[in-house]
Design a protein around this ligand. Structure first.
Ligand SMILES: Nc1ncnc2c1ncn2[C@@H]1O[C@H](COP(=O)(O)OP(=O)(O)OP(=O)(O)O)[C@@H](O)[C@H]1O
Length: 229
């Protein structure tokens, strides 16, 4: 899993301020197809801002981001939304599932948004729920399942469109350690099988242990884990 591969997503010299707070001060990283990369660091160091920049959610003040050779910083909002919808998947800490929809409808939603008809979308969603071992919850609403189950539904939803990159921001942050381990194992196994890269923000070493490689963010700058004493 650690053989060198062609970088898929590369950020370099990224700077971003919110008012007088400098969240990023020259951060950079690269992730390759099929690679699981953990971004670690203390609270407020800039991890989420870095992930949001790389995912095309937040535009950096300066620096470059290349995705498959395309310039993500210079791309217009329409192009960035299309990329997020078609090429990226997202798993956040909590609250990402639509409460009014069933778990099945939640997983089918990204496919529906890309124009798929209800039946094939739900058939695909059913397969993903089964892979994440939550197919028994298909008809339930997110509010009626456990936190760990909801995160596995969220992982199914992130992967259902066959994304090239999955961005996961503290995906186990609201879970007990046992449920967290299960979510991480399933997320990384499913992503590896699908040859998707994973960019994972976490402050927990146990969670980062599922990654192929770790980088650390300190005061808005990135350092390779191997170089950190
Ligand atoms: N939308 C925003 N508006 C104002 N300040 C922000 C915003 N987003 C981030 N910041 C600030 O930028 C800095 C970096 O925040 P960021 O969320 O990226 O850090 P983090 O390492 O992910 O933190 P945590 O582990 O606590 O989630 C912090 O000082 C934060 O308060």
């Amino acid at each position: 899993m650690t053989t060198p591969r062609t970088p898929l997503l590369v950020g370099d010299g990224l700077r971003k301020s919110f008012g007088r707070t400098q969240a990023l001060d020259g951060a950079g990283l690269s992730v390759s197809t099929g690679e699981v990369l953990a971004i670690m660091g203390a609270s407020g160091s800039g991890k989420s801002t870095l992930l949001h920049c790389l995912a095309g959610i937040v535009r950096p003040d300066s620096g470059t981001i290349s995705y498959g050779g395309a310039d993500l910083v210079g791309m217009d909002d329409k192009g960035r939304s299309a990329l997020r919808r078609n090429e990226f998947g997202f798993v956040f800490q909590f609250g990402q599932l639509v409460p009014e929809l069933s778990c099945l409808e939640n997983v089918a939603l990204p496919l529906r948004l890309t124009g798929a008809k209800r039946k094939p979308a739900e058939a695909e969603a059913t397969e993903w729920l089964a892979r994440l071992e939550v197919d028994g919850l298909a008809k339930r609403r997110p509010g009626d399942v456990s936190g760990g189950q909801a995160q596995r539904v969220a992982v199914a939803r992130a992967l259902v469109t066959g994304p090239k990159v999955v961005f996961a921001d503290e995906p186990t942050g609201a879970l007990d350690s046992l449920s967290g381990e299960k979510v991480m194992r399933m997320l990384t196994e499913a992503a590896r099988e699908a040859h998707a890269a994973v960019v994972l923000v976490t402050h927990e070493p146990r969670v980062a242990a599922y990654a192929d490689r770790e980088i650390v963010v300190r005061d808005g700058r990135t350092v390779d884990r191997e170089l950190v004493a």
